[in-house]
Structures are given as structure tokens and as C-alpha cells.
Design a protein around this ligand. Structure first.
Ligand code: C2E
Ligand code: MG
Ligand code: MG
Length: 730
């Protein structure tokens, strides 16, 4: 069975918690993103600045080399040393000077025709052929320089400095014309000796510029390493990449993040913890509320004893099924169950045992009823089943049989064995049946039918039952009226005869209703209506009073009165009887109360108390219709009765069924053994009388002797005793 909207509340708190969580996480993510983004921006700006510094330091370097060269290049002594091939001078003033003051790695001097006449490396003169290694790089620069000097210049001669790869390593190469400072030793423009300087961009150099320009630690390389360093391409005059400056950049943004993020993260962590704590508390309290709500809902819809759905839930589900347009094909069958003899268990074993029994019944039903069926406890000892699986009537009846069989098995309750039965009213819904109240009413009618036709059985509702109910309704109203008017209801007396001499030993008072329109109505047709409508007490009063009036006039004659269970259940009933006896003057020992076994089955305790009170007063007790119930013999032992009246059904079969002879004989023998008198009811033939007499029955009642008579006819008969068996009164 589906639960009804139980999740809505928890999904609400889930939505709230979810929203807060999403907002929190989104804020954290946004803030985090912003912080990292600005860090990255700051880093970018930092790297840009560093690159700018590198660019300016490089162009500075190119200018610097020309300045360095100028210190020896514009000097007559140099020119003269070149002309005289004074290598000692050149070694001293050019090679060493350039190396030790300016940290040039190599210096070469070319003559006007580009022939190398002097070469020095690391401040020492080497063979002029060393120039060959740098010639491929230097030659084009020299050619360009000569072209420029040829064009003429003012004070300072033109020079060229550029980045180049020398000996497989990056370097700055500068070419400078050696000219006279005072104009005494003039060469033809374009044919001046040329000073070539090479400054390797090596570690020493790198340290120098890092120091000077406050660059980040880095190095020049031809092949940049793949280690995530920042790289700046170094280009020559033609814009071609010659080398790279790669360095570990200083990242101010990252630095800032490194310092602020831990604080920021732990701050956010604390905030998150607080939010989580708050959320947790909110969640817990909303869960508690939710559980309370579910509990309340369950309590409202569940039977606490069996944990089955209760009547409210059952009705809701029933309405839902009837409203559902899909059920036009699958029509429900409704079963109303009512336990038989439950009250007896409750009264004898106590309410706890009664509760245990209801629980056990619920369990047994649960095993039989399928998962698609709706089983509910409707209250007290009533259960309801809705079969929604499109079962046909034979299938529903098979289920009813299983239920009756299961409930009929003994229950072990607190060390005792309890026996109950179940009556079932069944309604098979038709497509047009959409009204729960109407279907329930029909199931109740069918249940009533099952109960009144002997209990422990199932009855399927048919339309004629409804007519019966209608008739019952109108008869009830008419009976009520008859009780007020007073001349329609009267009492007939059927005499009872003794064995010997055919004398009348008693009479049974039998109520009669002569309806003005319907004519005579049999007690079997209206006594149950009186019992079901609470009119039985008034009706019983009419009979009792009349019986006692007649009984009072014939002391010694046993006057039997039929008593319904409903009368016996009334706690004031014994007093009522005593009052009538007193009022009419009838002797208690002449009154006999006829009860049926069913009262013993239904209300053992109540019956027991009343029976004891009657017997104390001398009133006799007869068990009517004996042999039709279940445990007659058992009751005989437990309840002291004065008489059993063997049911007509046994008597009528005496001449045909040998079994009946044996049963009646056994009953008579047993009753006599317990000192109980036996009356044979409904004796109609001589043969029956003969057999019964030979068995030792004490008294006889039946049409063979007399039909029920009006009081005057009985009294006439009492005046004139007639011998048996010839005594027949029409
Ligand atoms: P019961 O107490 O067993 O009464 C005997 C019934 O058997 C009577 O039917 C009687 O007319 C019928 N009877 C007697 N001898 C013969 C016979 O030889 N053949 C046949 N076929 N029937 C015979 P009645 O008067 O119709 O009553 C039917 C039942 O209604 C009674 O059965 C009793 O249980 C109940 N009843 C009658 N009057 C009262 C009453 O005042 N109060 C209560 N609570 N129940 C009553
Ligand atoms: Mg009777
Ligand atoms: Mg009877």
C-alpha cells in the first residue's frame, strides 16, 4: 500500500539545506576563483615588468659594448700599434684592457682588407687564425660597418653590436672602426682597421646583469629548457631569434596568495564549519519535526495493536480506488470480517489476552491476504479486506474459506487455547458501484446474513438481502407499534406431556404476532428482528408476564419461557424476573427458563452469573434445541441445568436415520447420568413417541399431542387430563 505524501516535509528541509549549501559553495568557489584570478593577473603584470627590464638591459648591453670598444678604438696609439704590428702593445692595451676592465671574452683586430692581424681570448694573445671561428658571424657585420664608415661620420665613428651565436653559445658581438683621435693618422673611409669584441652571455655575464639590473635569476640559452620557467626571446638586428633568456620569474600574485590563501582558507573553513553546524542543527530539528509528523500521520492511519491500516486509512484507500478511473476494469471486492465468540475470550481470559488474540488474528490474515489486497482493522473484532486484483467470486470465496480455516485453528494465548470463528460479508462491486457507503452497507448486510445463518461462514451480498433488510426495517417499525398497541402480540402455550398417564406436566410459552395486514408472523421471523433492534426486552416482558399469569393459576405446572441472549445480558434481568414472579404470584420453582447453547458460547460469564442467580431462587433452566451447537456435552458438565430439550431435527429423523437413534440414545443416557431431565421436541408420530419413550425421555412436546394453544384452550385441557397416547388435541 502506498504511503500518502509522507515525504513532502523532508523534501522541504532538503530543499532548504540544499539551497544554503549551494549558496555557500558557490560563494566560496566565486571568491576562490576571484582571488586566484587576481593573483594570476598580478603575476602577469609582474612577468611583463620583468621582461621589460630584460629588454632594456639587453639594449643597454649593446650600447655598452660600443662604449667599451670606443675607449681603445678612437686612439692614435692603437692605430699606430696596428700599423707597426706592435703586438706587445696591442696585447697590453687592447687584449688585457678589454678583458680585465670590460670582461670581453675575445678581441680581434682586422686590417683594412679584413685580414685578422691580432687575436686575443681571455686577455691573452692567440693565433690570428682563431678569428676563423667567428668570421661567419662577424664578416657581414664588418661589411656593413665599412659601408657605413664609407659614408662618413662626425665625431664618434659608427659601430655595430648585435646578438649572435658564437661557438655554439649566445654572445654579443661588437665591431668598431679603429680611428685616430686627433686626425693625424687618417685611413680611407671604409678601410679602417676594425676591432671585433665578443662578450659571451655566460654565467659570469649573467650574474653581472642580474646584479646590475636587478633581474630575477636567469640564464641565456639557445634551447630553452622545458621546466616552466619564463622565457624571453633575444633577437638580432634582423629580428631573428638568436637565443633566449629564461628565468624563474618572481610571481607577486602567487606570493601574495601563498601568504593569504592559508588564512583565507582557514577563515572560510571556520565559516564553513559554523554553517555546517547550523545546517546540521537545522537538519536535526527538521528531521525531528518530520518524524513527529510521520508518527502523527501513522497514528492517525494505523491501528496500534496490529499495525494494520485503521478504518480511516481503509476508507481513504477505498475512496481512492473507487475514484480511480482505471478501476473500471479491476473492480474491488469488499470483505467485512467479524470474529465470532471474541467477547467470550475477552471476558474469560482478560483484555490483554483479547489484544493478543486480535494481534494473532491480524498476523494470520496478513499471511492469507495478498500484498495487493488492502487489509485493515476497522475496530474491535472487525477487519476489512479490499481485493483489488480483479478476483472473481469463486476466487474470493476460496480466500474466505482459507480465512475461516485459519481463524478456526486454536490460538495459543498466554498458556491458554482460545477458539474463535469468523463471519464474512462479501460484496462484489459492479462497474456502476462508486459509492463507498453503499458498498459498505451491503457488506454489512451480507455479514449480518453470515452471522444469522450460523456464523463462521461467508455470505455474498445479493439484492434479495437488501429486500430482506427493507422488510426487516419496516417490520421493526411495525413491531414497535404492535408493542405499543398491545392486541397484535399474544402468547400461545404448547403443553408438555409426561411419560406416564399422558398427564400435562408443563407448557411452553410461545410468542405470537397477528399482523393486521400480513396475518400471523412466525416468531422465527420477528424474534431476531426484536433481538437486533433492542425490542426483545419489551417483547420478552409481554411473554413473561402472560406466562407467569397463567403459571400462577396452576401451581405444580412447569411454565417454560424462551429467553434471548440479549435479555440475559441485561444485568437487571434477574430482578425483572423476580419482580414479575412477585407481581403475578407465580412460584419460582414452577418457572423454567429456556436458553440456547449460543448464549453459553457468546457470553459465558454473563450467562453463568444469571443462571446461578436463577437456580438459587429455585427457577429451573432448560437447554433448548439441544444438539445443534458444537460443544453441548462440554457445557452440560460445566453448567448445572435441569433439562435438555432435544432438537426437533433429531426427532424427525428417528425413524429413518439409525445415527439419530444412536445420538438421541446417547444424549438421554448422558443427561440421566448427570441427573438432567430430557424433553423431546417436535414429536409428530406415534413411532417417534414409541422410540423416545423406550429410550427413557421424561417429557414430550409436539403436534402429536398438542399444537400451541391459546391460554383458555390450555386451561380447558388442564382441567380434563386425557390418557396418552390417544390424547390428541387438534
Ligand atoms: P422453540 O423454543 O424450540 O419452540 C418450539 C417450536 O417448535 C415452536 O415454534 C413450536 O410451535 C414448534 N413445534 C412444537 N411442536 C412441533 C412439531 O411437532 N412439529 C413442528 N414442525 N414444530 C413444532 P414457534 O412457536 O414457531 O417458535 C419458534 C422458535 O421461536 C422457538 O423455538 C423459540 O426459539 C422462538 N420463540 C418463540 N417464542 C419466543 C419468545 O417468547 N421469546 C423468545 N426469545 N423466543 C421465542
Ligand atoms: Mg423453546
Ligand atoms: Mg426448541
Amino acid at each position: 500500500m502506498q504511503s500518502t505524501g509522507i515525504r513532502s516535509g523532508s523534501s522541504f528541509s532538503l530543499v532548504v539545506l540544499g539551497s544554503v549549501l549551494v549558496v555557500f559553495v558557490a560563494t566560496a568557489a566565486l571568491l576562490g576563483f576571484f582571488v586566484f584570478w587576481s593573483g594570476a593577473q598580478v603575476d602577469k603584470v609582474g612577468i611583463d615588468r620583468q621582461a621589460t627590464r630584460i629588454i632594456s638591459s639587453l639594449s643597454q648591453q649593446l650600447r655598452q659594448i660600443a662604449k667599451d670598444q670606443e675607449s681603445v678604438g678612437v686612439w692614435d696609439n692603437t692605430l699606430s700599434a696596428i700599423s707597426h704590428r706592435d703586438f706587445t702593445w696591442l696585447n697590453h692595451n687592447v687584449a688585457r684592457q678589454m678583458s680585465s676592465y670590460f670582461q670581453h671574452d675575445a678581441s680581434y683586430i682586422l686590417e683594412g682588407d679584413d685580414t685578422p692581424i691580432f687575436a686575443a681570448q681571455a686577455g691573452r694573445r692567440v693565433a690570428s687564425s682563431a678569428y676563423d671561428d667567428v668570421a661567419p658571424v662577424v664578416a657581414p657585420m664588418v661589411a656593413e660597418l665599412r659601408a657605413r664608415t664609407r659614408l662618413g661620420y662626425l665625431d664618434i665613428p659608427p659601430s655595430i653590436a648585435d646578438f649572435a651565436v658564437v661557438g655554439g653559445a649566445p654572445a654579443i658581438v661588437g665591431v668598431f672602426p679603429v680611428v685616430s683621435a686627433n686626425g693625424e693618422d687618417e685611413r680611407r673611409p671604409g678601410e679602417e682597421p676594425i676591432l671585433v669584441s665578443v662578450v659571451k652571455l655566460d654565467l659570469r655575464y649573467e650574474l653581472g646583469i642580474i646584479d646590475r639590473y636587478m633581474l630575477e635569476a636567469g640564464r641565456f640559452t639557445i634551447n630553452p629548457s622545458d621546466t616552466g620557467l619564463s622565457v624571453f626571446p633575444v633577437t638580432n638586428r634582423y629580428g631573428r631569434i638568436v637565443a633566449f633568456y629564461e628565468w624563474q620569474p618572481y610571481l607577486p600574485g602567487t606570493e601574495l596568495l601563498a601568504q593569504t590563501v592559508p588564512a583565507f582558507a582557514s577563515g572560510f573553513g571556520v565559516l564553513g564549519l559554523v554553517v555546517a553546524l547550523l545546517l546540521h542543527r537545522l537538519w536535526r530539528s527538521s528531521r525531528a519535526l518530520e518524524n513527529k509528523r510521520i508518527d502523527a500521520e501513522r497514528q492517525a492511519t494505523e491501528d496500534p495493536l496490529t499495525h494494520l491500516p485503521n478504518r480511516l486509512m481503509f476508507e481513504q484507500q477505498f475512496d481512492r480506488i473507487l475514484r480511480d478511473p482505471d478501476t473500471t476494469r479491476e473492480l474491488p471486492a469488499l470483505l467485512m470480517l467479524d470474529l465470532d465468540r471474541f467477547k467470550q475470550v475477552n471476558d474469560t481470559l482478560g483484555h490483554h489476552a483479547g489484544d493478543d488474540l486480535i494481534r494473532a488474528v491480524g498476523d494470520r490474515l496478513r499471511h492469507i491476504v495478498g500484498p495487493d489486497e488492502i487489509l485493515a482493522r476497522l475496530g474491535g473484532d472487525e477487519f476489512g479486506i479490499l481485493c483489488i486484483n480483479d478476483l472473481n467470486e469463486p476466487e474470493v470465496m476460496a480466500m474466505c474459506r482459507s480465512i475461516i480455516e485459519a481463524i478456526g485453528r486454536p490460538f495459543r494465548i498466554g498458556g491458554n487455547e482460545a477458539f474463535v470463528g469468523v463471519s464474512i460479508g462479501v460484496v462484489m462491486a459492479r462497474p456502476q458501484d462508486r459509492n463507498r457507503h453503499e458498498l459498505t452497507r451491503r457488506a454489512d448486510i451480507a455479514l449480518y446474513e453470515a452471522k444469522s445463518s450460523g456464523r463462521n461462514r461467508a455470505a455474498v451480498y445479493v439484492e434479495s438481502m437488501n429486500e430482506l433488510v427493507q422488510t426487516r426495517h419496516s417490520m421493526e417499525a411495525e413491531l414497535r407499534e404492535a408493542l405499543k398497541v398491545g392486541d397484535q402480540l399474544w402468547v400461545a402455550f404448547q403443553p408438555l406431556f409426561g411419560r406416564r398417564d399422558g398427564e400435562i406436566v408443563g407448557a411452553e410459552a410461545l410468542v405470537r404476532w397477528t399482523h393486521p395486514r400480513r396475518g400471523p408472523i412466525a416468531p422465527m421471523d420477528f424474534v431476531p428482528i426484536a433481538e437486533g433492534s433492542g425490542l426483545i426486552e419489551a417483547l420478552g416482558d409481554v411473554v413473561l408476564r402472560r406466562a407467569c399469569q397463567i403459571g400462577a393459576r396452576w401451581p405444580g405446572l412447569t411454565m417454560a419461557v424462551n429467553i434471548s441472549p440479549a435479555q440475559l445480558r441485561n444485568p437487571t434481568f434477574t430482578e425483572r424476573i423476580f419482580a414479575v414472579l412477585q407481581e403475578t404470584g407465580m412460584r419460582p420453582q414452577d418457572l423454567e427458563i429456556e436458553i440456547t447453547e449460543s448464549i453459553l458460547l457468546d457470553d459465558e460469564l454473563v450467562a453463568f452469573d444469571a443462571i446461578r442467580a436463577f437456580r438459587r431462587a429455585g427457577i429451573k433452566i432448560a437447554l433448548d434445541d439441544f444438539g445443534t451447537g458444537y460443544s453441548s456435552l462440554n457445557y452440560l458438565k460445566r453448567y448445572p441445568v435441569d433439562r435438555i430439550k432435544i432438537d426437533r431435527s433429531f426427532i424427525s429423523q428417528l425413524s429413518t436415520a439409525a445415527a439419530s437413534v444412536a445420538i438421541v440414545q446417547a444424549l438421554v443416557t448422558l443427561a440421566h447420568a448427570l441427573d438432567i431431565e430430557v424433553t423431546a421436541e417436535g414429536v409428530e408420530t406415534d413411532e417417534q413417541f414409541r422410540i423416545l419413550a423406550s429410550m427413557g425421555c421424561n417429557t414430550f412436546q409436539g403436534f402429536l399431542f398438542s399444537k400451541p394453544l391459546e391460554a383458555p384452550a390450555l386451561e380447558r385441557l388442564l382441567d380434563v387430563p386425557t390418557p396418552l397416547p390417544a390424547a390428541r388435541v387438534a
